[in-house]
Design a protein around this ligand. Structure first.
Ligand code: SAM
Length: 479
């Protein structure tokens, strides 16, 4: 089948990783549909990419709506699965986890999958949102929108959509977003275009913590705009930036929960939110309290985006430990990929000593401060790559009794995998936000050691999206 070929009248079998639709084609290959897809819908698709074993495709026409679909997707910006009933979403996620580990049967015939923990709140649960500024220009659809602020169109990075709300954040966050968007639009400064490397407005990040209600804002702009030939209206840099500062300060006066506001001057083509940071308003660092512990959160710190359900996730990790170790105190816990050290702190009362390992310096530092703030004195914070830390730690012949592993989406670095096996701990607990890399890493562990999967449980921290958090307890076979 050629690129751009149209395949008609085909049924979407299921949703797989990252919410892609899955269909089987006549040539024995399969296609993954990016963009909108609901299982059991009958559609016509267009092949957009040809790979060795599969195709990528997009829907061009819906012939029969899926019986699972309750409403139209367009009604629910930011909540792409909203048109699938919540019970069905849970089923899809549970199946994805179980299917992703199917190949592990080669090493372990029976895996104990506990049912996914559903979310208590299905809306307004995100404490962090990142919107992009951009255009939506489509000659085919006759759309020309020069100033949009929202998420990228699914599967089309060059286009940014524009809605006045996102259902995954709360009403106050939406209100601030709308005010900020209006101000930026009224400035007549253009949005940044990464391909062309021109324009001004880049990103808008906001955190509003669930329990403390503290707010942090980072507005990212491209300073190079003022020197560019594109600045034909001769916007003055000093004057424009001053207006922005005045506006941001007035926003912080109006919404008293806003504690810190930064402008990130990103002169780089690469799209990182955090660059040269200018502090515009300061009423202290934002904090959040989870399971009785208080955490300071800085712009670069990783912090779970659903605070309420982070408590559930962390409690599950601890329960997996307590149930297996029967409440016994242990010596050393390694909290790998630790962020601000949240999980490590929760384990500090059952261990003599916790070592928290994290790549981002700011996160390690705030972890250290957070531990102090909470009166925890048996934790150390190592700012390093896990793969390098493990080499050094093992070389010094140091021991560990429990490993907590919570890597980013890419999973563990290949060189870290053999090293975690060298400790021979009775238990390892792996927390994952990506079933694909989780099952890849588990494959390595089962193939190369005498660990078995004791149990697996997913937590639905992100309703109406394809995201899944999974906790896996691995224990030594002989025990
Ligand atoms: C999924 S987060 C987990 C954070 C933490 N456990 C929590 O629950 O808040 C993954 C963390 O790993 C960090 N990270 C990414 N690659 C790393 C590496 N190679 N070595 C150490 N940390 C890394 C990221 O900065 C991020 O803070």
């Amino acid at each position: 089948m050629k690129k751009w070929a149209i395949v008609e009248n085909i049924t979407i079998e299921k949703l797989v990783f990252w919410g892609k639709g899955f269909v089987r084609l006549e040539d024995w290959k399969v296609a993954f549909i990016t963009g909108w897809a609901v299982p059991q819908a009958v559609v016509d698709i267009k092949i957009t990419k040809k790979r060795k074993d599969y195709y990528e495709a997009q829907i061009v026409n819906v012939i029969t709506k899926s019986p699972l679909e309750t409403e139209s997707y367009d009604l629910f910006p930011g909540a792409p699965w909203m048109n699938i009933s919540y019970q069905e979403q849970l089923k899809i996620k549970q199946t994805q986890i179980e299917e992703s580990m199917f190949h592990l049967k080669k090493y372990q015939e029976i895996i104990n999958f506990l049912p996914i923990v559903p979310a208590p709140e299905q809306f307004g649960y995100r404490n962090k949102i990142e919107f992009s500024f951009g255009k939506y220009i489509s000659h085919r659809d006759d759309i020309r929108q020069e100033f949009n602020v929202w998420f990228h169109k699914r599967g089309e990075f060059s286009k940014v959509e524009d809605y006045d709300e996102c259902l995954l954040i709360d009403e106050l966050q939406n209100e601030i977003y709308r005010e900020l968007k209006q101000f930026c639009k009224d400035s007549w400064l253009p949005v940044y275009d990464q391909k062309m490397n021109h324009g001004f407005w880049r990103h808008f990040m906001m955190r509003r913590m669930h329990f403390s209600e503290d707010i942090l804002i980072v507005l990212s702009v491209y300073p190079g705009f003022f020197e560019s030939t594109e600045n034909t209206d001769n916007f003055d840099e000093v004057e424009s930036l001053e207006k922005i500062r005045v506006f941001l300060k007035s926003l912080a006066e109006k919404y008293t929960g806003i504690k810190s506001v930064y402008i990130s001057h990103n002169a780089n083509k690469a799209d990182t939110l955090i660059w040269e940071m200018e502090l515009v308003h300061w009423n202290g660092v934002i904090t959040e309290t989870l399971l009785g512990l208080t955490f300071d959160i800085w712009p670069k710190s990783f912090f779970q985006t659903n605070s309420r359900w982070a408590e559930v996730l962390y409690s599950l990790v601890k329960d997996f430990f307590l149930e297996y170790q029967k409440g016994e105190k242990i010596w050393t816990v390694l909290d790998l990929y630790a962020g601000t050290g949240t999980i490590g702190m929760i384990f500090s009362d059952v261990a003599s000593d916790v070592v928290s390992v994290e790549l981002v310096e700011e996160a390690s530092k705030s972890g250290e401060q957070n531990a102090q703030k909470n009166g925890i004195s048996n934790m150390s914070f190592v700012n390093a790559k896990v793969e390098e830390f493990l080499d050094d730690y093992l070389e010094q012949n140091k021991k560990a009794d429990l490993l907590i592993i919570d890597p980013p989406r890419a999973g563990m670095h290949p060189s870290a995998l053999p090293n975690i096996l060298k400790f021979g701990t009775q238990q390892m607990i792996y927390v994952s936000c990506n079933p694909a890399t989780l099952s890849r890493d588990l494959w390595y562990i089962l193939e190369n050691s005498d660990y078995r999967i004791e149990k697996v449980q997913a937590v639905d921290m992100f309703p109406h999206t394809h995201h899944i958090e999974t906790v896996v307890s691995l224990v030594k076979k002989q025990s």
